[in-house]
Design a protein around this ligand. Structure first.
Ligand SMILES: Cc1ncc(COP(=O)(O)O)c(C=O)c1O
Length: 468
């Protein structure tokens, strides 16, 4: 791969180099790009840079990444039609996904359709619309009231409806915050490493490049943060993604002290606060100091990520700039969805749904943890991590193995998982990140067996057997 000598980061040059090669036809439809590991080694950069470039181009529709069949150029829609008949060369079909264990998505089949439908009917039947013409940028009053009540009760946030802004989800919230902070001269956003790259891309696209800060068993390394010149940080204190760490009480205090001393902003991603199993609920950081924290939440983990419905509680000083940003972005969730969700939550249907799915997810987690633990090759790598909350867990792998390779071998067996190294810029011991939200307990044994078999196949020296 040749990179231009023009300015810009390696990520930018790589992204634009591949894009140009596609547009100019040097990389044709179906062309298989090198695995990120190989390309990173060739370019002498971290694999993260290559993954980011591939993700960006996939988001643009230029590349297609399929588990098991690598990253390929898609048919490019803006390209001029060729004079001759198109070649019949096709990308080989990816093996079908039998079990999708990638983290991130809840069991959307558990969506409370009857309750949602009843709420929608109620909204339509009572013509319960507000306002009558254009939606308010802040969101409907009814939903803001319901969200404020929910956050007071469940997240310990002393918040009133007027302080809540309705968004299209956490990503939308991060984009708005990034825009406002960039306009105020904040140079970059510190982010957790490992972390969810989507939010980092969203912040960067809104004008706020990100700077990774390490995470350990106590969550974000606040001491490392204080050594940077960051004046804004994005973190998930209640349940770090993907490690599952909860920010320790000492770190929570240290983080707030840092923000107060540097007039900095903490952006709190409270993405799956509703799912706690073995530990007491960890209150929202914003509950400790509303002036320092922008609180973000959504229904993406609890109901459906496709709803694009979320909320933000900014510090009072940032409320108006964020409201202006919402207004000028001229996009928000549909009023109909807002009122339907408000009706569902206001009549107790949302709490009922949460109680039901929490039980389901807990049973799924228990089944997976137990079956993983029945295999010596998995047990030998140390305890499965991040199991106390959320919808995913981390399976440490033998240090001799590469987690991306294991993910590829599992994909060959129809099991989609994620590699910890796909979420980080620095070297981490290899681990699989497995979402169990959609894994029925009856399938857990099979999934654990597949993982154990792949590990045994890949380990350099033979081991005694699959089960221990
Ligand atoms: C770490 C993290 N934060 C937030 C979200 C939710 O984002 P959104 O509300 O934009 O769907 C997710 C969803 O997968 C996530 O993994």
């Amino acid at each position: 791969m040749e990179l231009s000598e023009d300015g810009g980061s390696l990520y930018e040059r790589l992204t634009s180099g591949i894009r140009t090669a596609i547009v100019e036809g040097r990389l044709g439809p179906g062309h298989l790009l090198p695995p990120s590991r190989a390309l990173a080694a060739e370019l002498g950069c971290s694999r993260w840079v290559v993954n980011e470039a591939y993700t960006q181009l996939a988001a643009e529709g230029q590349l297609q990444t399929r588990q098991g069949s690598g990253t390929r150029v898609t048919a490019h829609p803006t390209r001029p039609k060729p004079d001759r008949a198109p070649t019949t060369r096709r990308a080989p079909a990816a093996p079908p996904v039998v079990a999708d264990l990638r983290p991130g998505t809840p069991d959307v089949a558990a969506f409370p359709a009857p309750g949602w439908t009843r709420s929608l009917h109620h909204v339509l039947a009572t013509a319960d619309w507000e306002p009558s013409v254009f939606p308010q940028a802040a969101g409907t009053q009814r939903l803001r009231e319901v969200v404020a009540a929910h956050l007071r009760r469940v997240r310990g946030l002393a918040v009133e409806a007027d302080e809540v802004l309705i968004t299209c989800g956490t990503s939308h919230g991060v984009s708005l915050v990034a825009r406002v902070l960039a306009a105020r001269g904040v140079p970059h956003l510190a982010v957790e490493d490992p972390g969810w790259p989507r939010l980092h891309q969203v912040a960067a696209a809104a004008g706020l490049p990100t700077e990774p800060v390490a995470v350990d068993a106590e969550g974000l390394d606040v001491e490392a943060l204080t050594r940077t010149d960051a004046r804004a940080v994005l973190c998930a204190p209640a349940h770090q993604f993907p490690t599952g760490a909860a920010l320790s009480p000492a770190r929570r205090r240290a983080l707030l002290t840092w923000a107060a001393q540097h007039a900095a902003v903490i952006v709190e991603d409270d993405y799956d606060a509703e799912f706690r199993y073995d530990r007491r609920p960890v209150g929202a950081l914003a509950g400790l100091d509303r002036n320092l924290v922008v609180y973000l939440g959504s229904v993406s983990k609890t109901l459906h990520p496709g709803l694009r419905l979320g909320w933000m509680v900014p510090p009072p000083a940032l409320r108006q700039p964020l409201l202006d940003a919402l207004d000028t972005a001229a996009a928000g969730p549909s009023t109909l969805d807002q009122l339907t969700f408000a009706r569902l939550a206001g009549t107790g249907g949302y709490d009922k749904h949460l109680r039901r799915v929490r039980k389901t997810y807990r049973a799924r987690r228990d089944a997976l943890v137990t079956t993983l633990g029945s295999h010596a090759v998995i047990r030998d790598c140390g305890p499965v991590r991040g199991i106390a909350a959320g919808l995913h867990l981390l399976v440490p792998l033998p240090s001799a193995l590469d987690d991306h390779t294991i993910v590829e071998h599992l994909a060959d067996r129809g099991i989609a998982t994620a590699a910890l190294s796909g979420y980080t810029t620095r070297h981490q011991p290899p681990a699989l990140v497995i979402g169990y939200g959609r894994l029925a307990p009856s399938r857990a044994q099979w999934a654990a067996e597949q993982i154990a078999e792949v590990l045994l196949d890949q380990l350099p020296t033979p081991r005694s057997g699959v089960t221990g």
